[in-house]
Design a protein around this ligand. Sequence first.
Ligand code: ATP
Length: 304
Amino acid sequence: MEYILETKALEKKYNKFKAIDNLNMHIPKGAIYGLIGKNGAGKTTLIRLICGLQKPTSGIFMMYGVSNTDKKMKEERKRIGAIVETPSIRIDATAEDNLKEQYKILGLPSEENLKEILKQVGLSNTGKKKAKDFSLGMKQRLGIAIALVGEPDFLILDEPINGLDPEGIIEIRELILKLNKEKGITFLISSHYLDELSKVATHYGFLNHGKIIQEISKQELEQNCRKRIEVKVNNLKECIQYLEENSISYEIKDNEKINIYDTVNISEFAVALSKRNCIIEEFTEKEESLENYYINLIGGESNV
Ligand code: ATP
């Protein structure tokens, strides 16, 4: 798998406190990677390290295969765009002037894709309106437009939907999906809004107390949260044989439990199994929300 970003035992200490602790993360090329963690989990600190705004205490990270300790990293960073905490926009300037400023900062002589960027983020018609009169959603989209000036192939967005109204949230979501699909931009998006993130993310990293406690793909997460019946039986072999013969979708959980994903009539199922000398000892219907999945993962701490 080709990774845009990989971290190895990354650590950031503030005095004795480890804000980032032995952190290992893998962002595949083309992914929309949702970094999920409650307040104080370390999301912003991690993003600041990746963007070079702070230095790790120990450990390394590789961007496009180049280590942060390598001099070439300065060049590689030009391939990323980022909005950390709040978008850095000039509120007394128009959208167009904000972008022009960014071309100057990056030392890019031509502004040929300026109009295209404004169109992409839906700010083509803002004319002389100054950024201070924009809605929060428009300001966020302007921030993304500024980040797009250098034509990055990796965009890092720290809590991009914080404070946005439902319409603003939809606009940002659609913009992320469009840039990922049409421009092939890889995203790292931090959030504590799991449900919202689940509408865009292809991969997740669950962050808790400065550590990535699980990395999981969208498919794996959906599988884990899928509606299912968990049965505990005294004769796993016979149970499997019955499920196979009747083309019932299942997964073996351990040496006495099976997850069944199709709808089954439980009394018929129990009778059929008992004829095979197999007794159902436990039967539980399960369906997990994304929110619950995370809370279970971090051991019941809420405040996501
Ligand atoms: P939030 O969702 O609230 O923004 P976060 O996941 O982004 O939280 P961070 O801002 O990265 O979390 O903070 C992680 C931990 O590191 C917190 O406990 C925070 O208090 C601590 N921390 C962050 N910056 C500093 C600093 N400059 N000095 C000391 N401690 C810090």
